[in-house]
Design a protein around this ligand. Structure first.
Ligand SMILES: *Cc1c(COP(=O)(O)O)cnc(C)c1O
Length: 390
């Protein structure tokens, strides 16, 4: 108790004397609760840890990298960018040269680089809510104005409204997650193309008064979970130099702990990101680990089909319980509504199941785990619904 009171006083004292940047007053660090519980379905991780074989290969690669740790890492990491390009060529059938790939410590950092390079004071970043809660933070951290326009009731985009918002805001960057988090809904390629068309010549004017194209980022963090036949926005890259497609090894690839996100765009966009990145931002250990993991992509991705299948039975099951559940192209499902979602979340937690309070009022998001974890989730939810139904 003493310590808690002490910490509170300390905070007050700090707030009153530090020259905190205007705009950061009262802000708290991003974060879902990190709780040690048996069933963790709250941050959209892949539930399957790497195999002994993958672990051994990573350990060997890191040992080799460790021998050179007196030197700075490869600053432009062409080998890793080539391996990521090779991965995309297999995964999405889109072949890109390594100069069109960029990587950083998580796709969060990749998107921060985008806003550092293209956003800034007097510039706007446009997104469509509900969406990923980190987007406003990239804008805040780069002094970019964040503008959120609403999605339709079913979370699709009204393309006329999108074009109007672009015309009005002249954003430097548009951030669109597809599949979207927390809704799970994907964007059709036709919709992406129409947004790209609306973005042409509609970015902020240069200081010389020349028109620019607004950068459209399609955040495909969950791209590998998309349903069969759903294409990736990577297919639109060649015809649209103002498109950037962001990916990550954190979700389907099962490497959230590695912190490796990447992006595909035209070489000009990538070169702008190279200007703003901190020198040597990707450590030798990260590069070695990512390369070793990518060489095992088939094994690491082998669970994606079963996670998709689990998802596709969960959605109808939730509906059978009388709930609304949205079709998902990701590894999570948004469901509800609950009169008191915080209470439902807490009761599930009491049964050892951690999910996420996020999205529209009354809704909760559950990530797809192993079949055993999903069974525990379902049985806990049935109990909680019984307890809380009036
Ligand atoms: C999880 C997630 C990311 C990925 O974050 P990393 O920094 O790569 O771990 C990006 N965008 C969305 C929408 C996400 O949900």
């Amino acid at each position: 108790m003493e310590a808690v009171v002490g910490a509170g006083l300390l905070t007050l004292w700090l707030v009153s004397t530090l020259p905190l940047r205007p705009g950061l007053e009262g802000e708290t660090p991003y974060g879902a609760p990190e709780l040690e519980v048996p069933v963790r379905l709250n941050v959209n991780e892949n539930p399957y840890p790497p195999s002994q074989g993958v672990i051994a290969d990573i350990a060997q690669a890191v040992t080799k990298a460790a021998a050179g740790l007196n030197r700075y890492p490869d600053r432009d990491f062409p080998a890793l960018r080539q391996a990521l390009a090779d991965y995309l060529a297999v995964e999405s059938k889109v072949r890109l040269s390594w100069e069109r790939i960029w990587a950083a410590n998580g796709s969060n950092e990749v998107m921060l680089h985008i806003l550092q390079a293209f956003g800034g004071p007097g510039r706007a970043c446009l997104s469509f809510t509900p969406s990923y809660s980190m987007y406003p933070e990239y804008a805040r951290d780069t002094l970019t104005t964040y503008v959120a326009a609403p999605r339709r009731e079913d979370f699709t985009l009204d393309l006329d409204a999108v074009a109007t918002a672009i015309d009005r805001e002249r954003p430097a960057v548009i951030l669109l997650a597809s599949p979207n988090n927390p809704t799970g809904t994907g964007l059709e390629l036709g919709a992406v193309q129409s947004i790209l068309d609306a973005a042409r010549g509609r970015g902020p004017a240069t200081t010389a008064g020349e028109p620019t194209d607004c950068i459209v980022v399609i955040d495909e963090a969950y791209g590998e979970f998309r349903r069969a036949g759903v294409p990736s926005a990577l297919e639109l890259l060649d015809a649209n130099p103002h498109l950037a497609v962001s990916r990550t090894m954190s979700k389907a690839f099962g490497m959230a702990g590695l912190r490796l996100g990447y992006l595909a765009a035209c070489a000009e966009v990538v070169n702008a990101l190279r200007v703003v990145r901190l020198p040597y931002h990707l450590s030798s250990v990260t590069q070695a680990t990512a390369l070793a993991a990518l060489s095992h992509r088939e094994e690491l991705m082998s669970q994606v089909a079963s996670l998709r299948a689990q998802r596709d039975v969960l959605v109808p099951w939730l509906r059978e319980q009388g709930l609304t559940a949205y079709d998902s192209d990701a590894n999570f499902v948004l469901f509800g509504p609950f009169e008191d979602r915080q209470d439902v979340w807490r009761r599930l937690l009491d049964r050892g199941v951690l999910i996420r309070v996020v999205g529209p009022t009354g809704y909760l998001r559950v990530c797809i785990g192993t079949p055993q974890e999903m069974e525990q989730f379902r049985s806990a939810l049935v109990t909680v619904i019984k307890e809380t139904r009036p």
